[in-house]
Ligand binder design. Structure first.
Ligand SMILES: O=C(O)CCC(=O)C(=O)O
Length: 299
């Protein structure tokens, strides 16, 4: 039997890198994404924030502590998600240095399921700019968890001062915990787990172009941006296209599924299921189409 459970053989990751991911639930690849691509996606983000590009199907979110402060554009918008059908931002999702590592984790048939560009503007309240401790699997009605992985690439240096990611190494071997909103500021859909803040964290300090790949059960979050600059990162969650969908009714994920269905209905997709929301947001990257590709109506 293979000693590897969380990674896929025959890819670009060395045995040592695979072992690190197996043990810790994440791996950082330094200097992974070309800075020119990151500059292009940064400009696209700014153009969407400034209304120069129609966001269409994308979700554009504002920092709740800056909404009434008279700031605009990238000084106000803290996240754009669901951009896989934007041909500029999609270049990141299909960037070979990213997808090569992803295929070493999820295998050769890859669907990009979730997409985000996360911005921490300056002067945000620390309570609004942090991302509470959470597990990404909470959001996903597909399995198995081991065939799902995130890529998260720093678009500028990220450290403790501007809100880098932190992770709890090895927590991917544990369970999926119940999630709900934290006290204080509420960023839409930023659910967190409670009572685990005592666990030892590792800050993931990265330079522009470094990518961290991580497992969807890994406990992680990010701190506030205390600086006068921005903190931007681009992230995609990939799944083996053959992942299967589960019914989350009666599970800890029922709260997120109801919230997501309500938001979709408000945007006009009345009656769409949590499962079909995910299918409509996703896009095949490479390999054979699978269980995400049988519903093609975008929200
Ligand atoms: O970029 C961040 O600050 C946090 C991102 C994150 O953890 C997530 O969206 O799952």
């Amino acid at each position: 039997m293979s000693r590897f459970k969380y990674t896929h053989g025959g890819g670009v990751l060395t045995e040592e890198q695979r072992q690190f991911y197996e043990d810790n639930g994440y791996i950082i690849i330094r200097n992974n994404v070309n800075p020119a691509l990151l500059d292009e996606v940064r400009q696209r983000f700014i153009d969407i924030c400034d209304g120069k590009v129609d966001p269409g199907f994308m979700t554009v979110m504002k920092d709740p502590s800056l909404k009434n402060k008279g700031v605009k554009g990238e000084y106000l918008i803290n996240k754009i998600q669901d951009w896989l059908f934007d041909e500029v931002l999609f270049k990141y999702a299909i960037d070979k240095p990213v997808t090569d590592v992803i295929s070493s984790i999820v295998g050769p048939n890859i669907t990009a399921a979730h997409s985000m560009l996360i911005n921490k503007p300056p002067d945000s309240d620390p309570g609004a700019s942090l991302h509470p401790l959470h597990q990404d699997l909470h959001y996903f009605p597909f399995r198995p968890a081991d065939r799902i992985a995130a890529s998260w690439t720093a678009m500028e240096r990220v450290d403790e001062k501007n809100g880098c990611l932190y992770v709890i190494p090895g927590s991917h071997k544990g369970q999926l915990y119940p999630h709900s909103y934290p006290e204080g500021y509420k960023n839409k859909l930023y659910h967190g787990v409670h009572g685990l803040d005592h666990l030892p964290k590792v800050n993931v300090v990265m330079e522009k172009g470094d990518t961290v790949f991580f497992h969807p059960i890994l406990l992680h979050g990010s701190g506030p941006n205390y600086t006068k600059g921005f903190r931007k990162a681009i992230s995609v969650h990939y799944a083996d296209s053959n992942c299967y969908f589960i019914d989350v009714k009666g599970t800890t994920q029922e709260n997120i599924s109801q919230e997501v269905e309500k938001i979709a209905a408000k945007r006009g997709a009345v009656g769409i299921s949590f499962e079909n929301v995910w299918k409509s947001k996703s896009r095949l990257v490479t390999g054979t189409p699978g269980n995400f590709q049988n519903f093609d109506s975008h929200l």
